[in-house]
Design a protein around this ligand. Structure first.
Ligand SMILES: Cc1cc2nc3c(=O)[nH]c(=O)nc-3n(C[C@H](O)[C@H](O)[C@H](O)COP(=O)(O)OP(=O)(O)OC[C@H]3O[C@@H](n4cnc5c(N)ncnc54)[C@H](O)[C@@H]3O)c2cc1C
Length: 310
């Protein structure tokens, strides 16, 4: 039975096979797969993809160096060419129901019913609060050497980490640059053996807290430390804190991993029947290629679940 609508709510014409919440790399990839499988698909997207601050996306075969805005426009045009797929620039704000009959409400009060749900809502990066981090994020304060390390090869580079993680990261980053500084932003927690390792490798360690980042239009020039010293750097690696964009899977009863990701099986299925998830919301392996792959896998699995008996 259709749920009762309040006065301000507008129902979407007919229930869709799959409602995709999050219309970026993972979501549009699933929409492409499902739309081509003649499934009725609706995509909701609030327009905040993780890589929007970065000028160029890299390590994505066939599109290396493209701007995220161009990539998104191209993806949307290709997916929306299929009459089976529709996209609304609206945010999902409430969800109820069970497998076969879910009901979602958007921020405009629209009500949509769907047999299956796919969450591809990504994650929100929580940056350090010192001035300069937000302006440099995705430009010279970067999350991944495979995505942006080549552009800063052999240049003075920092990594904002401490302890065992810092050592592991330093070992990785030396593949891209010999001019490496670990910025611990407070007292370092290395053992004597680890200090010796860093010394042998020529990795500098800066323990004084960071006051702010100095930059030109997001291009880092140096760190300003609280004792007044400056550390010239072209790039700084950062593992930001992560927050969920969307808490609806939690409200629907989906299980999360200890690290805070939506738990999925090998076919992107969550712990709740009829609900799938893909992309950054499910994995710390943040890359366009993995998001697109997860979306395709979810599309195939959702279509299989919807198949009618022979
Ligand atoms: C700064 C930066 C630079 C990066 N550069 C690269 C790179 O060069 N190469 C590379 O391979 N990877 C890169 N990545 C990683 C890559 O951007 C992500 O892995 C990828 O964007 C994940 O895709 P996704 O579809 O899972 O999530 P996202 O792209 O983050 O998209 C999630 C979408 O869901 C929407 N959404 C959230 N909640 C709701 C809701 N309630 N209702 C409706 N819509 C909702 C959001 O607005 C957003 O549009 C970068 C990441 C960052 C942070």
């Amino acid at each position: 039975m259709a749920p009762c609508l309040m006065e301000h709510q507008v129902a979407f014409e007919a229930p869709v096979d799959v409602l995709i919440i999050g219309g970026s790399y993972a979501g549009l990839s699933a929409a492409l797969c499902l739309g081509r499988a003649l499934r009725q698909v609706l995509v909701l997207d609030s327009g905040q993809p993780a890589n929007r601050p970065t000028p160029h996306a890299h390590n994505f075969l066939g599109q290396d160096g493209a701007s995220p805005a161009d990539l998104a426009a191209q993806a949307r045009a290709q997916v929306l060419a299929y009459p089976t797929v529709r996209l609304l620039a609206e945010s999902a704000v409430a969800a109820t129901g069970t497998d076969g009959d879910f009901t979602l409400t958007t921020d405009t009060g629209r009500v949509v019913r769907a047999s299956k749900l796919l969450f591809t809502t990504g994650v929100r990066d929580v940056l350090p609060t010192q001035p300069g981090f937000a302006a440099c994020w995705g430009i010279s304060v970067i999350h991944c050497p495979y995505c942006h390390g080549y552009e800063y090869r052999r240049q003075p580079t920092g990594t904002l980490l401490n302890g065992e993680m810092a050592l592991h990261h330093a070992r990785l980053l030396r593949q891209w640059t010999p001019q490496l500084t670990i910025v611990t932003d407070g007292p370092a927690t290395f053992s004597p053996e680890q200090w010796a390792q860093l010394d042998r490798a020529g990795v500098r360690v800066e323990q004084t807290p960071v006051r702010e980042l100095h930059h030109h239009a997001g291009k880092l020039t140096h760190l300003a430390l609280t004792d007044g010293r400056q550390v010239p750097l072209a790039a700084l690696y950062l593992r930001p804190g992560l927050a969920q964009h969307c808490l609806l899977p939690q409200e629907l009863g989906c299980t999360y991993t200890k690290a805070g990701y939506l738990q999925v099986d090998g076919m992107q299925k969550t712990s709740v029947p009829g609900i799938y998830a893909a992309g950054d919301v499910t994995t710390p392996m943040r890359a366009l290629s993995t998001a697109v792959a997860g979306g395709t896998l979810a599309g195939v699995a959702l279509n299989s679940e919807l198949l009618a008996p022979l």
